[in-house]
Design a protein around this ligand. Sequence first.
Ligand SMILES: Nc1ncnc2c1ncn2[C@@H]1O[C@H](COP(=O)(O)OP(=O)(O)OP(=O)(O)O)[C@@H](O)[C@H]1O
Ligand SMILES: [Mg+2]
Length: 276
Amino acid sequence: MAVEIEGVTLHLAHPDELLARWVGQEEPMRQLLAAWLMVDPLDLPMNPRLVGKPGVGKTTLAYAAAKRLGRDVYIMQATVDTRPEDLLVTPVVEGEGRLRYVASPLVTAMLRGGVVILDEGNRMSEKSWASLAPLLDARRYVESIVAGIKIKAHPEFRFVATLSDDASTFDLPEYIHSRLQPQILIDFPERDEEYQILKENLPFGEERILQYVTEFLQQAHSADERYTVRDGINVARFAMKLQRELGYLDDGRALEVSILETLGEEARRYVPRIRA
Ligand SMILES: Nc1ncnc2c1ncn2[C@@H]1O[C@H](COP(=O)(O)OP(=O)(O)OP(=O)(O)O)[C@@H](O)[C@H]1O
Ligand SMILES: [Mg+2]
């Protein structure tokens, strides 16, 4: 797919297809959908940021919300090396000194009226964020210096950023933070929901194992440990593999080994007392 803007041909990206389904926790889902809503033709959609511990479901929620709206989703992964042009348009040499202009997933979403997830946005520097400032306010456009064009967002275009709260990130400047409103927090799920999330992600998982891992996660949450459902999925997955490969008859043993080898010795204190 290609489109022409101000005489420049832009080659578009493909949407992302994930197998993600959102389970439980309707509150942050509805808040995200609300932020994107237009309550009047003169209204503007907002540009929310999703925050929460690594593995708590930020990317999954953003993707599932976009799919609920029936939109194409474009995931733009931010890294420390993301340059402004990577966010917008990059030139690619196409033989005999000819350039081909390639639109980023973000610009593709802007042109096609899709949703962009700027994933782990605080891994990229302020310099890259600065190029998005006009997109994230009432102007809703970006300027590609490389291609020499101004690109306006389709009215249906929606934006969401996920921000990680670990060490290898930048503090975003105030003028960016104020454009990334509201902030939607994803917290640990309740026991029932956590079990359902494990089941959704491991539909072939044995009941006893899923129950045990739910118990482990809930104990860890009540101690405000950082372990999330992603860790739980990994623990359950490895336990099942250990059982298959090593023929452990005792689920408890497989789970204990899996917890220690997946999460380390410091997780031992949350290993459920009850044997699975
Ligand atoms: N409510 C939920 N429904 C379904 N799956 C979930 C839910 N919450 C978390 N998961 C699952 O947990 C795993 C981690 O989720 P995800 O990758 O979205 O987390 P994240 O917050 O984006 O993590 P990171 O900060 O590392 O990017 C995924 O496998 C996802 O499918
Ligand atoms: Mg993520």
